[in-house]
Design a protein around this ligand. Structure first.
Ligand code: CTP
Length: 455
């Protein structure tokens, strides 16, 4: 009996797939089809797959062409499979020409001509093209524009930036305007990265116009405002998503899953630091820079709230404010108390520290080295170092790419595919609001810069 094996993603199964499977089957007596696992696709940069592994397997099974279906989960598995199943022929479409010649050592390799004019990517794009408008300032806009190119069904359609074109040179191929209304007219959705003080107004205007919103965190500065905007989005069937790209970075996401499996026992402490030195030597904010609590607070609070929830018993904050009126903190430390755990968050735009994340448990701890918010690596450490494990994951586009995929998926499905729960977003805005109210805020001053009092 001649056994043939072939592999693929088989997303939105089409006649190109069917034709390939028919010809593969005709090469022998028994056809094994390897369907790629979601994690494996992500790891090899195939991000936009629409259907789950189970749906894709069901579609391959429904063709009636496969005698056996297996799941492809890791690099190098093909060699294992060929040996294990006693395969004589490996076959795949001609788009992979030459790529699998290394398998000739184990079996015959045949490249079958690919069916012209159809692909899963084309089908995904055809489904609906979401035109995305980018709103705000800075080079991050160009970054998002570039990342859009990796996401099926998403197209960067325009940029709205207040006279900041200088930073955006090279983006003339799409609409660049300083009129928000003009941008809203031309797009289906917006990504907002303007100063947080403008978010509420901009998010509300977009939602009222029927546009989906992906907004940098903090989405707004008051919890009640966030609740109102969420209601508005829900009433209109629109997506309102918090943009914290770290939530979508593979290493970070896997870390959460691992922790849920209890690999370090019960979590007792989460310690997070995020800093970037971005103020002038005299410690004055440059133009409209984001203060520490807005620039770093959301991403630093993310692991705390995702691991320990937002139901803390107490939250105390200490800030070094160098401009009371502008509420500009060069450093803020937040301590959270939970019934069974504590967390400490340190953020700074005017101080520098080790940007690490440490999660301590009753059996061991996880160490994520700086800069933890865009890491591709972490370690699980135990009392006995021989048990330590190092975990590596790919980090394409700092998580932006996956975030955009989730955004488009949420729009298409009409249901949230966000990795950040609304409770987490609400929790973040609650802390930011407490900072701005200043009520329970403890203050410190630099020795070198006397505190500037409120005007
Ligand atoms: N295939 C084919 N003809 C097509 C599309 C795919 O023969 N028009 C073959 C591929 O060469 C591969 C198998 O079908 O052997 C599974 O391909 P897969 O990557 O799942 O499908 P694509 O449509 O190429 O997916 P994408 O657009 O996401 O790359």
């Amino acid at each position: 009996m001649i056994k043939v094996i072939t592999y693929g993603t088989y997303d939105l199964l089409h006649h190109g797939h069917r034709r390939l499977l028919e010809r593969a089957r005709a090469l022998g007596d028994y056809l094994i089809v390897g369907v790629t696992a979601d994690g494996f696709d992500r790891a090899r940069g195939k991000l936009n797959v629409q259907q789950s592994l189970l749906e894709r397997i069901a579609a391959v099974r429904a063709t009636g062409l496969a005698d056996e279906i297996i799941v492809e989960e890791y690099e190098g598995q093909k060699i294992d499979d060929i040996r294990r199943y006693g395969v004589q022929i490996f076959t795949v479409g001609s788009d992979w020409m030459g790529k699998f010649d290394y398998l000739r050592e184990y079996c015959e390799v045949i490249y079958l001509p690919r069916t012209e004019g159809i692909s899963s990517s084309a089908l995904r794009t055809e489904r609906r093209m979401v035109r995305l408008g980018l709103v705000g300032e800075g080079r991050v806009l160009s970054k998002y524009k570039r990342e859009c190119a990796f996401v099926n069904g998403l197209q960067a359609a325009g940029i709205c930036t207040p006279g900041g074109q200088a930073e955006l040179s090279g983006e003339e191929d799409i609409l660049v305007t300083d009129r928000y209304e003009e941008l809203l007219e031309q797009v289906d959705a917006v990504y907002i990265v303007s100063h947080p003080s403008r978010h509420f107004q901009q998010v509300e205007a977009a939602l009222r116009r029927g546009r989906h919103v992906l907004c940098e965190s903090p989405v707004v500065l008051r919890e009640a405002e966030y609740r109102a905007l969420s209601r508005l989005a829900e009433e209109r069937g629109l997506v309102l998503m918090d943009a914290i790209k770290t939530a979508y970075a593979t290493a970070y996401y896997r870390l959460l899953l691992l922790l849920k499996s209890g690999c370090i026992g019960e979590i007792v402490s989460v310690d997070v630091t995020c800093t970037s030195l971005k103020v002038t030597p005299d410690h004055r904010p440059r133009g409209e820079v984001w203060n520490s609590i807005c620039a770093w607070g959301p991403v630093a609070m993310l692991p705390v709230f995702q691991l320990l929830s937002t139901d803390y018993l107490d939250c105390s904050m200490t800030s070094c404010l160098i401009d009371e009126a502008a509420r500009f903190d060069i450093y803020t430390k937040i301590d959270f108390l939970y019934p069974h755990a504590t967390a400490s968050v340190k953020v700074g735009k005017g101080i520098k520290s080790e940007g690490e994340l440490i999660i301590s448990g009753t059996k061991g701890y996880i160490y994520v080295p700086a800069p933890w918010w865009k890491t591709d690596y972490f370690e699980i450490r135990y009392e006995n170092p021989a048990e330590n494990r190092r975990c590596f994951y790919p980090l394409e586009g700092e998580g932006i790419r996956y975030e955009l995929v989730s955004f488009v998926r949420s729009i298409e499905r009409g249901a949230s595919d966000s990795y950040i729960d609304q409770a987490v977003t609400a929790g973040i805005t609650r802390v930011v609001e407490a900072f701005y109210s200043g009520e329970k805020l403890r203050r410190i001053c630099l020795k070198s810069v006397p505190c500037r009092q409120e005007a």
